[in-house]
Design a protein around this ligand. Structure first.
Ligand SMILES: *[C@@H]1O[C@H](CO)[C@@H](O)[C@H](O)[C@H]1NC(C)=O
Length: 351
């Protein structure tokens, strides 16, 4: 809370810390029966996935898990054997520990191979960390090739993602996209007609990759991958692929998938109960540190799905970055910093 005026007495500080502590306790002590996903069926790697690249660095122990490694020779990744139109896509993931600057672990859906100019994409990307600093991650949405309208949000987490497995999920229905961390919904995108093709609509594959993103991942490329700490290992298990298998170049939309989508929408993970909405609000007001919706320098008119939540907006400056923390004021604005990127030039959002 570096922006507090004057120096409070130490007694006051003490209450401040106590308050933050209580907030954290409140956040963590959700009654889990209110939030936990009911009836999800988990799959092992062989039930739905195949290698994508860096074959030797994709390790598949007998227990149905998968480990992807980055070393000085290659990263690695895997992909679903099928493409899906809508559904709930999820895995428990444990991120590489120690020094991981420049290392990106991506868990995402895309159809870029099939539709190079009109692709859709839903991203969860973990952006590496410097020892002692919290991991950061971002979510993003592209539809029908909208690569010049990035919809990035960035966050920290309320736990250390390298210590234990946590579930990360993407729900994609004809009407709503929800990103989850464990049972906490962290972002909801409601489709509106104004979004048009920017709302993902064509079948996608689910991917998991680890790769060297020294150029932009950690503090805008300030920290490179240090291979002294290699191999970097991300571990995946308990996959969920609850969606409609679909041929991306079919001629007419399949009725089949409409029915599957209705099923998905009636599942527990599709329902934002009041308790889940509350935990989403709390997450976003505590851990979100960038949102394109409040970046009025980049988007003078926010894209149509933006909700403008006053309790979120009040934390952000005009560039959509959180005001507290103060590290921005030590870094001069660079030329082109706010140029709308190609989709891979994400360093503009780091503080
Ligand atoms: C997607 O983009 C293509 C090419 O720009 C366009 O012809 C098509 O109408 C768009 N589809 C939607 C749903 O907006």
């Amino acid at each position: 809370m570096g922006d507090l005026p004057t120096t409070p007495s130490s007694g006051y500080r003490c209450y401040e810390y106590l308050f933050l502590f209580l907030l954290a306790v409140l956040f963590l002590c959700q009654p889990s029966d209110v939030l936990a996903f009911k009836d999800i069926n988990t799959l092992s790697f062989d039930d739905g996935f195949k290698p994508l690249f860096g074959d030797g660095n994709l390790v598949r122990p007998d227990d149905g898990n998968a480990r992807i490694l980055l070393d000085r020779f290659t990263g690695s990744g895997f992909i679903t054997s099928d493409m899906y139109e809508h559904g709930f896509f999820s895995a428990k993931i444990k991120l590489p520990s120690a020094y991981t600057a420049g290392v990106v672990v991506a868990f995402y859906m895309s159809n870029g191979d099939v539709f190079p100019r009109t692709h859709d994409e839903l991203d969860i990307e973990f952006l590496g960390n410097v020892r002692g600093k919290p991991w950061r991650f971002q979510t993003n949405v592209y539809g029908n090739g909208s690569v010049h309208r990035g919809r990035e949000e960035r966050y920290t987490l309320w736990f250390d993602p390298t210590k234990d497995f946590h579930r990360y999920s993407i729900l994609w229905t004809p009407n709503t996209i929800i990103f989850y961390v464990d049972e906490v919904p962290i972002r909801e995108v409601v489709r509106s007609d104004a979004m048009g093709g920017d709302y993902p609509s064509k079948p996608m594959s689910l991917y998991a990759t680890i790769w060297d993103a020294s150029d932009w991942a950690t503090s805008g490329g300030k920290y490179k991958v240090n291979y002294k700490y290699a191999p970097f290992v991300a571990e995946f298990k308990d996959f969920v692929l609850d969606g409609c298998k679909a041929d991306p170049i079919r001629v007419s939309p399949s009725e089949n998938c409409d029915q599957r989508a209705a099923e998905v929408e009636s599942k527990d993970y599709s329902v934002l109960t009041e308790g889940r909405r509350r935990s989403m609000r709390r997450f976003r007001e505590t851990y979100m540190y960038y949102s394109y919706c409040y970046d009025t320098v980049r988007y003078p008119v926010p894209p149509p799905e933006c909700m403008n939540v006053p309790t979120e907006r009040v934390r952000m400056d005009v560039t959509g970055r959180v005001k507290f923390g103060g590290s921005r004021k030590h870094r001069p604005r660079r030329k082109g910093q706010y140029a709308v990127g190609s989709g891979s030039d994400n360093n503009q959002f780091d503080r």
